[in-house]
Write a protein that binds this ligand. Structure first.
Ligand code: SF4
Length: 463
């Protein structure tokens, strides 16, 4: 199934796409559906049951807060990140469903963490139930947060035809990297042009597409700039201090001292990645690309491109950045359709690994590389993330996640540089590495897949 660039690069609220963005969206969707089925006035109580990984790490990943926001009708785009929405619900023990209908709501009682049960459909499952005054169930529905902020209702999960319509509209559908390369070769077009043609078939307005791409870029920039400015301790109880402002001051000091460091670029890339990852960990607004946990990789690699990799004869930097985003979305489509971008399904390979692969391919596109070099860069980037586990301490998207964004960014840059020095021919194809990543993820024990039951999460003493 083709996934639009705007679904891949969606705006989300931290700290986790599968545990925050998805459940927030699901809670809102549930109420919109409920409203269609029965009168909102009849609703006296709503319960939200969070299963499996959502139950186990939901607290640290901000799922409870996200669900409450979703029930209030808040979206990532319209949310005021300074508004204390949750405090009011905690204080009054009341919630205004979709900001329309007020009912009693005790977060501790009405959001239920079912840690020991995994729903059979997916590791990130939730069931929502609403009741009337007599306690009779009015409407019950299940949702699955399948990674990257994508949500499927139970109906959609079992009936893919419901969400398949988009494929009928687009001119260039592709299931594999091999097919993608064949299509662009036959039509003498770039991967970015192919994605643009597909998007045009969906929205039919090129200016609107460019505006939306530029909006995505503006949020990527905002997340870096906000993260550099903000100081203090990250929420969640690990007492982790934000490091981006400290790194920024240190880089500035070196400039002032005329300190000659050939690896200063590495410090900049670390800074930009940390800034976004810390902004995400604090519940700020980021672009979910492909997930919130890995949201620092793409913006920092784009910033690297703008500052250090634009050729002196390049006429249109704006176009190059749009090409970066469009190309990265084609790569994300391959992972989404043939493997997974959910840490709960395939470990961190699906988050930092996929972000790294997308960024490597996007950077090659922006730098004018061929489709074969793009495929090569995306393959190299994933090859060296194979086996990466997900074991966040205390379920927070902080350790190892923040530093891992910096490593993902630097690996992406290196993969692009290696690919750009080749003719695009290589031994392992992107399709093979995607297949390997998925198999590795399936073989990985669940303790290493966003449950915080293994790895660093159990070996680092929480004091
Ligand atoms: S370890 Fe990786 S997959 Fe797991 S929460 Fe952190 S960034 Fe996401």
């Amino acid at each position: 199934m083709y996934i639009s660039v705007f679904d891949i690069f969606s705006v989300g609220v931290g700290p986790s796409s599968s545990h925050t963005v998805g459940p927030m969206m699901a809670a809102r969707r549930y109420l919109l559906k409920l409203k269609e089925k029965c009168s909102f006035d009849k609703v006296a109580k709503v319960d939200v049951f969070l299963y499996g990984s959502l139950g186990l790490t939901g607290e640290g990943h901000g799922t409870i807060r996200a669900v409450v926001l979703g029930l209030m009708g808040v979206t990532a785009e319209n949310m005021d990140i300074n508004e204390p929405y949750i405090m009011a619900v905690e204080r009054d023990k009341k919630i205004s469903l979709l900001s329309e209908h007020v009912i009693d709501f005790n977060i501790e009682e009405n959001v239920i963490l079912v840690k020991e049960t995994f729903l059979k459909e997916h590791a990130n499952g939730m069931i929502l139930k609403s009741y009337n005054e007599k306690g009779e169930v009015l409407f019950e529905d299940s949702y699955f947060s399948i990674g990257g902020g994508f949500v499927l209702s139970k109906e959609e999960f079992y009936n893919s035809k419901i969400i398949d319509n988009i494929d009928k509209k687009i001119p260039y559908s592709f299931k594999s990297a091999e097919e993608l390369l064949e299509i662009v070769d036959e039509n003498n077009m770039s991967i970015a042009e192919l994605v643009l043609q597909n998007e045009l078939a969906i929205s039919n307005d090129i200016d609107e597409i460019y505006d939306r791409l530029d909006y995505v870029k503006s949020i990527l920039d905002e997340s870096i700039d906000e993260g550099i400015k903000k100081e203090g301790i990250l929420p969640g109880g690990l007492d982790i201090e934000r490091r981006a402002p400290v790194i920024y001051k240190e880089i500035k000091r070196r400039f002032e001292d005329n300190y000659n460091d050939p690896l200063l670029i590495v410090d900049w890339v670390n800074l930009w990645s940390f800034a976004v990852a810390e902004e995400n960990a604090a519940g700020g607004r980021v672009v979910t690309a492909p997930t919130n946990g890995s949201a620092g990789v793409i913006p920092s690699v784009i910033r690297y491109f703008e500052k250090y990799a634009v050729k002196s004869n390049m006429m249109d930097i704006e176009k190059a950045i749009r090409d970066f985003i469009l190309t990265a979305s084609a790569i994300a489509n391959l992972y989404k359709n043939n493997a997974s971008i959910a840490g709960a399904e395939v470990g961190c390979q699906g988050e930092i690994g996929v972000a790294c692969s997308m960024a490597a391919g996007g950077l090659v596109a922006a730098m004018g590389g061929s489709p074969f070099q793009i495929e090569n860069a995306a393959e190299i980037a994933m090859e060296h993330n194979l086996g990466l586990t997900c074991d966040p301490i205390k379920g927070l998207v902080q350790i190892p996640c923040i530093e891992r964004n910096a490593f993902g960014s630097l690996k992406a840059i290196n993969a692009a540089r290696i690919a750009l020095k080749s003719d695009g021919k290589h031994f392992v194809s992107l399709d093979k590495v995607i297949k390997t990543m998925y198999q590795t993820g399936k073989d990985m024990k669940s303790t290493y897949k966003e449950t915080s039951l293994g790895g660093l999460a159990v070996n680092v003493v929480d004091c």
